[in-house]
Ligand binder design. Structure first.
Ligand SMILES: [Zn+2]
Length: 138
């Protein structure tokens, strides 16, 4: 994947890419822990730099729901969305609403050439919902 994206293959890059594949929606600290378990001591800055390079190269995608740290995932380029729990912050993938990419058809595009839609569906995950049903929420 790195070579296909014209990136030099380095051990930190391979380790970060593997960590993002193994831990979808992980934040930087979780990825750092996974990379350290694999490579030993690696600086936070090094992992941060690799995450940025991989994101720019399109090998990973960075998402940042409101009120959350940046999260990374290896599913890129398929215009999928996310469901996020308002209570515990759990994140899951949600494919595009119906059909291929109907969400790319904005009601008014203001003349923009739209190529991506980033939708976050907010709500309560099954665990939090069971613990505190909608009727009891403030
Ligand atoms: Zn939850």
């Amino acid at each position: 994947m790195l070579r296909a994206a014209s990136l030099r293959v380095t051990r930190p890059r391979v380790a970060v890419l593997a960590a993002v594949h193994e831990h979808p929606h992980a934040d930087t600290d979780s990825i750092l822990s996974a990379v350290r378990a694999d490579l030993g001591d690696v600086s936070h800055q090094a992992v941060y730099d690799v995450l940025r390079a991989l994101t720019v190269a399109g090998l990973i995608r960075r998402i940042q729901p409101m009120g959350s740290l940046a999260r990374y995932e290896s599913r890129t380029g398929d215009n999928h969305h996310h469901v996020v729990c308002r209570s515990c912050g759990a994140i899951a993938d949600a494919d595009c609403a119906v059909g291929t990419t109907p969400c790319l058809t904005a009601s008014h595009d203001h003349g923009f050439a739209i190529d991506e839609a980033e939708v976050i569906y907010w709500g309560w995950c099954p665990d939090c919902n069971a613990r505190q049903p909608a009727i009891d929420r403030k």
